[in-house]
Design a protein around this ligand. Structure first.
Ligand SMILES: Nc1nc2c(ncn2[C@@H]2O[C@H](COP(=O)(O)OP(=O)(O)OP(=O)(O)O)[C@@H](O)[C@H]2O)c(=O)[nH]1
Ligand SMILES: [Mg+2]
Ligand SMILES: [Zn+2]
Length: 309
């Protein structure tokens, strides 16, 4: 029987929607055990996966036969104590963090944590600051400062207003031809942005999820939307942050690009850049080459790895 190549665009746990290269959607399932090389993973197939399916019976139902190796993926623990993890999405070209400086306020700590997590998954990020229409001059100046800071580190940053339809062309250009993951706090305007980018989508907006509380691990399933045939956005309802999965203290500084530049120049090879003598990162911080807010975020992430133990 002929095998068709397609991409998983939606998953409900036991069923998967697979969109073939010809554009047909098959309701697909797995049969039997599916080999995952040594990973303790709850879901063998995730949104974003490229798979081969075989049609089964009548209509558009199929069995997933094979999965192509993933270019990358994001993962999180199924529950806090579980040894098992859950793959949220795979084969991503970039992560888009939507943030607002007020209504609601996204903290810099949250932004930095997200960026560090994305770095750890080797996924480039862009930052979108929405609701510029609500900014007064002072807030606008603050937003522009943040734009300058994050762009100096290497993260393209965009100031937009979905409400006023401002800055959206730039976002369209960023998304074109890519698979993007969209993330951010509840209420920042992710659904509004998706609706603006994909006119016939009509996602509900303004509804704040009951399960958005930090710490709860409601299982959430990602879903892929198409801006056009080659540009897709994966929405992950309920995901507030990517989470510092299994990160060792020593690793964190690798994931702050402006710190990474100084690693290897510290006196101690296992330097954590907190109070060690002859620390190149601390020297850079004192010289103003690393922003206060970024260094504070770093310290806070270090502390978190302590608490986790
Ligand atoms: N003033 C203003 N309000 C906006 C803008 N974009 C979105 N909103 C409003 O912000 C509220 C939340 O928007 P949503 O798109 O539902 O936010 P969300 O990020 O999808 O939230 P969750 O689905 O809960 O994660 C809605 O009332 C939107 O109308 C904007 O650019 N300016
Ligand atoms: Mg939404
Ligand atoms: Zn150091």
């Amino acid at each position: 029987m002929e095998k068709l190549r397609g991409r998983v665009i939606k998953s409900t746990g036991s069923w998967y929607e697979v969109k073939t290269e010809a554009g047909e959607i098959y309701h697909s399932r797995l049969r039997g055990k599916f080999k995952q090389d040594d990973m303790k993973i709850n879901n063998p197939i995730a949104v974003g996966d490229w798979v081969f399916i075989e049609q089964e019976g009548e209509k558009e139902s199929a069995v997933i036969k094979e999965i192509e190796p993933r270019q990358n993926y994001i993962i999180r623990k199924s529950t806090r104590k579980s040894a098992f993890s859950h793959i949220i999405a795979s084969n991503l070209d970039q992560a888009i963090l939507v943030a607002t400086l007020s209504f609601p306020r996204t903290s810099l700590g949250f932004i930095d944590r997200f960026l560090v997590s994305a770095e750890s998954f080797r996924i480039p990020s862009i930052l979108v600051l929405n609701k510029t229409d609500l900014m007064d001059d002072e807030a606008k100046a603050n937003a522009l400062e943040l734009k300058a800071l994050y762009e100096s580190i290497g993260y393209p940053t965009f100031l937009i207003s979905v409400l006023k339809n401002e800055g959206l062309d730039e976002i369209r250009a960023q998304i074109k031809g890519k698979t993007s993951l969209i993330s951010g706090h509840s209420g920042v305007g992710k659904s509004s942005l998706l609706n603006a980018l994909i006119p016939d989508l009509a996602l509900k907006t303004g509804i704040v999820s009951k399960f958005a509380n930090k710490g709860t691990h409601t299982t959430t399933f990602a879903e892929m939307f198409e801006m056009d045939s080659e540009s897709t956005i994966i929405d992950t309802p309920g995901i507030k942050e990517l989470g510092l999965v299994e990160m060792e203290k020593e690793e964190i500084s690798d994931y702050l690009p402006e710190m990474r530049a100084f690693l290897g120049q510290c006196k101690f090879h296992n330097c954590l850049h907190v109070n060690e003598p002859s620390c190149a990162v601390l020297d850079a911080f004192v010289a103003g080459e690393i922003a206060d807010s970024r260094y504070m975020s770093y310290l806070s992430m270090l502390e978190d790895t302590d608490n986790r133990r």
